[in-house]
Design a protein around this ligand. Structure first.
Ligand code: M6R
Length: 325
């Protein structure tokens, strides 16, 4: 079935529509209503997990961006410090991981040479190394002490989509588990997060079937001839921008940059001209007002803002030229 497009124009589009299933299958039988999480394949029992001092994540490309999202979740929910690094750099730096540390190599294929090499370096130093991968029996699973499988099904499109969201979900489960073990989350807090995670497949599915998804196509069409795009976000919106910009480059060949919005005034603002499209992640969060002030700065340069915002937030419409809800 994976080798057929099932009526979709491309494998990428088909795989985008398979995201609800990928998310559901990745959490199925691991996540429980009370906020507990089963992850026996990590090969670390609860006592050892509770003693983890720090976490390092190594990965490339889209998998690296999943790691950056994961850092926010792990640090916020469990208080464990996380360092995320591009695997091709990590492998050539002094490795400071050791016994008592957890190193997670994220690789959809399980075969990316730089990620495998970085995992090997960390393992030689005595860290517990886990492969987060979509492919059973891949090299990463053989080189690691433990595994965390995403269950996204085969991804044929070169641009990673469903495997990326499945990686984020797997990291959310790990964060929840650590948060409980470290007593960083209250039992009620863990239960609440579990129910929010469990609701994700339904939310994504409703979105993909809604008019909002068609509106994205209209916005894409109207901006498709622009020579350059800038993506801006804050907090977890930063890796979302990195990933969005990577997808835009990869699929459209349009030069694109992505920055933490607060960095814009330190140089990148010079790239903006009258009419330059700037995609701003402005979803509801504690940094919303900060993002709105960045939007005002880019508007003052004559740029056009495409905001990615939470449905129902009418304030953003006053500032943006187009909104992707
Ligand atoms: O299989 P991996 O996750 O290790 O692949 C790493 C990157 O090559 C990959 O994520 C790449 O960036 C995406 N396919 C881009 O969409």
């Amino acid at each position: 079935d994976a080798a057929e497009k099932a009526g979709f124009e491309t494998f990428m589009l088909k795989e985008i529509h398979e995201q609800p299933t990928a998310i559901h299958d990745t959490m199925a039988d691991r996540l429980h209503e009370d906020g507990s999480v089963d992850m026996a394949e990590l090969a670390l029992d609860d006592a050892a997990l509770a003693r983890i001092g720090k976490i390092q994540i190594v990965a490339c490309g889209t998998s690296y961006h999943a790691g950056l999202v994961g850092r926010h979740l792990i640090e916020e929910w469990s208080g464990v410090p996380v360092h995320v690094e591009v695997a091709s750099e990590y492998r050539y730096r002094t490795c400071l991981a050791g016994p008592g540390d957890l190193v997670i190599g994220i690789t959809q294929s399980g075969e990316t040479a730089d990620t495998l090499a970085a995992m090997r370096v960390a393992r030689q130093r005595g860290a517990h190394v886990v492969a987060l991968t979509n492919i059973m029996g891949s090299q990463a699973t053989r080189d690691a002490d433990g595994v965390m499988y995403t269950r996204a099904g085969l991804e044929i499109g070169v641009a990673a989509t469903k495997t990326h969201v499945a990686q984020v979900v797997a990291l959310a489960l790990l964060s929840l588990k650590l948060g409980r073990l470290k007593w960083h989350l209250t039992p009620e807090g863990a239960r609440e997060l579990a129910s929010e995670i469990a609701a994700l497949p339904g939310i994504v599915s409703t979105y993909l079937d809604s008019d909002a998804a068609n509106d994205v196509a209209d916005v894409a069409r109207s901006y498709s001839r622009r020579p350059f795009f800038l993506y801006l976000g804050r907090h977890v919106g930063v890796p979302v921008c990195f990933e969005g910009a990577l997808k835009l480059k990869e699929i459209s060949y349009i030069p694109t940059e992505a920055y933490p919005a607060g960095e814009m005034k330190h140089g990148p603002i010079a790239l903006l001209d009258e009419g330059s499209p700037v995609v701003c992640v402005a979803t509801d969060s504690h940094v919303f007002d900060k993002v709105v002030s960045n939007i005002q700065e880019v508007k003052a340069r004559g740029a056009q803002v495409i905001a990615v915002a939470t449905e129902g937030n009418s304030e953003i419409e006053e500032h943006a030229d187009a909104v992707l809800w």
